[in-house]
Design a protein around this ligand. Structure first.
Ligand code: ADP
Length: 630
């Protein structure tokens, strides 16, 4: 029998499994049982959606047979089975993206412990075995085939003695014990019982195994005899259909980790049952950290959708909005038809109702977490806050009311996160606006000259550090009737009437000089003005109109940004109380040529402070040098 090589990707994965030092090798059993259950699901689905299949739900089951003498563990199912071609395609190549993702991720970060995050499936058998045999007969076929592999070398497929019914036997020859690993445990009844309870209890088909028991000998009072009896090892009631009060936290955690391939317990479990127009069970989880691909295009949102206990869709995207895409979990409703197609589901009224209920529930759970478990919520926000902020911005602000109280920001007050409501309660009596400033980090924002006067008034400033932040804040427009205002806006309106008069006078006195500076900057700025936001710094930039400097940066960095770059309307603000200002006044009278150079220097400094690219660094450097050598 010629040995066929594994497809390259598979071989690599297999090598990883064979040489694995993964500490939870026991998960191979969970993986094989889950494959068996999937195979039965496929057939059961057929039985429900087609007529005259002759299949009955009660016949479906999975058997586990340990054989200590042969050192084999066999997992048998009467599911859909595989044809010869399917065996080649499914077992010789990496069929499922879960395994491929694991392999790719492992190559980036060779840490075998991440295996738990991925559905590595069938190949996990090679963690405990050097010899795996699969015997399978596809439903509706007369032929049975044997697939066999001794590991990374390759595999063989050949016809074999006919299996009695459709289905599959996976025969795993358990490795000899080593110093570190007692593989023989996987042949022990009690180990297998425990593993099934631990990982596969909710599997909806009976998992059966012969269990040795003892009983009093007939007619005897003290003599015992042993006998074997087939036991069902799993309780089969799906966790989500059990009563909340009967479920231990550990059970939820175990379920979540096994089903959604995470190695950390979830941050929050949301278990609900609703009756009425839409009757459904939902079991949802908020992960403790963002999955490795969460912020990539590869991440698919969605909940598993069950119709009365039968899985009909693995990731039903319509059940959760984008801003809650981090929620993993499932929905089981008896109202949905099994045969419903994806297209029909999208327009299904009940599905929309369910999605609406879930959205409200997730929101209220997050609010309660924010209120009662602040630390946990802040951790959650670090992971997924970005998604909520995108949600505010999305669809022209259609969801802002739902999300605005879930947002957290850093502020000038202290290191801690603050909600908008908390900011508002701290607002000064005479404070009109919710002020915000944008920058790369809170440390950098704290140094921005534009924040000086605002802080000087004792007003708190929101520090926006994510590119999306300002867009979200602009969409919000107001919070509790308080308008948001950028500290870089050209109309901060901070002065008293008295001060306003004073400035107007100053502007009037210097208007020719300011106009001269503007002309000297040759269209780079919309205006040069005397600043009311600076205290100790000589200059800064502010912007007039809808686009801020920060937004300009973000918009121009988008991959599909137009060739024509977006430009914020810049206003150069000069601090009239700074010694530099007097110098400008003097030069205006004495040396206008030099004033031109000063105008350009001040503008470039303002750009530098802003973290914006300067137009001609060489010219800037030359100008400084010529000043230094004067
Ligand atoms: P996954 O289960 O993630 O798809 P696996 O590597 O575990 O990946 O299995 C690959 C494929 O082999 C499965 O998708 C399925 O088509 C097939 N398979 C595995 N076990 C069985 C089984 N017991 N019965 C029928 N098909 C199976």
């Amino acid at each position: 029998m010629p040995i066929k090589p594994f497809q390259a990707e598979s071989k690599h994965l297999l090598d990883l499994m064979i040489n694995s030092i993964y500490t939870h090798k026991e998960i191979f059993l969970r993986e094989l049982i889950s494959n068996a259950s999937d195979a039965i699901d496929k057939l059961y689905y057929k039985a429900l959606s087609e007529e005259n299949t002759g299949l009955s739900r009660d016949d479906f089951m999975i058997h586990i047979v340990p054989d200590k003498e042969k050192r084999t563990l066999t997992i048998t199912d009467n599911g859909c089975g595989m044809t010869r071609e399917e065996m080649e395609a499914n077992l010789g190549t990496i069929a499922k993206s879960g395994s491929l993702d694991f392999k790719n991720e492992f190559e980036k970060k060779p840490d075998i412990e991440i295996i738990g995050q991925f559905g590595v499936g069938f190949y996990s058998a090679f963690m405990v075995s050097d010899h795996v045999t699969v015997i399978s007969r596809a439903f509706g076929s007369e032929d049975t085939y044997r697939w066999e592999s001794h590991g990374a070398e390759g595999y063989t497929v050949e016809p074999c003695e006919k299996r009695e019914t459709n289905g599959t036997d996976i025969i795993v020859e358990i490795k000899p014990d080593t110093e570190d690993e007692k593989y023989s445990d996987y042949l022990e009844t009690h180990t297998l019982q425990n593993l099934v309870k631990k990982y596969s209890d909710y599997i909806r088909y009976p998992i059966r195994m012969n269990v040795e028991k003892s009983r009093l000998k007939e007619g005897s009072k003290d003599e015992y005899e042993s006998y074997t009896e087939e036991d069902t090892l799993n309780s089969m009631v799906p966790l989500w259909r059990k009563n909340k009060n009967e479920i231990k936290k550990e059970e939820y955690n175990q379920f979540y980790k096994a089903k959604f391939m995470d190695y950390e317990d979830p941050a929050r479990v949301i278990h609900m049952y609703t009756e009425g127009i839409a009757t459904f069970h939902a079991l949802m989880f908020i992960p403790a950290r963002a999955p490795y691909d969460f912020y990539t295009k590869e991440y698919e949102k969605g909940l598993q959708l069950y119709s009365n206990g039968v899985l009909i869709m693995d990731r039903c995207a319509d059940l959760v909005p984008d801003y809650f895409s981090f929620v993993r979990g499932l929905v089981d409703s008896q109202d949905l038809s099994l045969n419903i197609s994806r297209e029909m589901l999208q327009h299904d009224r009940r599905l929309k109702l369910i999605a609406g209920r879930l959205e409200k529930k997730i929101q209220s759970e997050l609010e309660s977490m924010l209120k009662n478990e602040r630390e946990a919520y802040e951790k959650f926000f670090q992971n997924f806050g970005l998604q909520l902020k995108y949600g505010v911005y999305q669809d022209f602000g259609a969801h802002k009311d739902l999300l605005k109280d879930l947002l957290l920001f850093h502020t000038s007050q202290d290191e801690k996160y603050s909600t908008l409501a908390e900011y508002v309660t701290r607002m000064k009596e005479d404070q009109k606006y919710i002020y915000y400033a944008c920058g790369e980090s809170t440390a950098k924002i704290a140094l921005l000259p534009q924040t000086e006067a605002v802080k000087d008034h004792g007003y708190e400033v929101l520090y926006l550090t994510d590119p999306i932040d300002e867009f979200a804040v602009r969409v919000l427009q107001k919070y509790q009737d308080k308008e948001f205002k950028s500290v870089s806006a050209d109309d901060l309106d901070l002065e008293t009437e008295e001060e306003k008069k004073e400035s107007a006078k100053k502007v009037e006195e210097n208007k020719d000089m300011l106009a001269f500076l503007k002309d000297a900057l040759n269209g780079k700025v919309k205006a040069v003005v005397l600043s009311n936001k600076l205290k100790t710094h000589p200059v800064c930039l502010s912007t007039s109109g809808a686009i801020s400097m920060e937004m300009e940066k973000v918009l121009n960095s988008l991959p599909n940004a137009d060739k024509e770059k977006v430009q914020a309307q810049r206003v150069l603000e000069i601090n009239a109380s700074h010694p530099v200002f007097q110098k400008l006044v003097d030069l205006y009278a004495a040396d206008q040529g030099k004033l031109k150079t000063y105008a350009s220097l001040l503008y470039t400094q303002a750009l530098l402070i802003e973290g914006a690219p300067i137009e001609d660094p060489v010219a800037f450097s030359n100008q400084i040098c010529s000043l230094m050598t004067e």
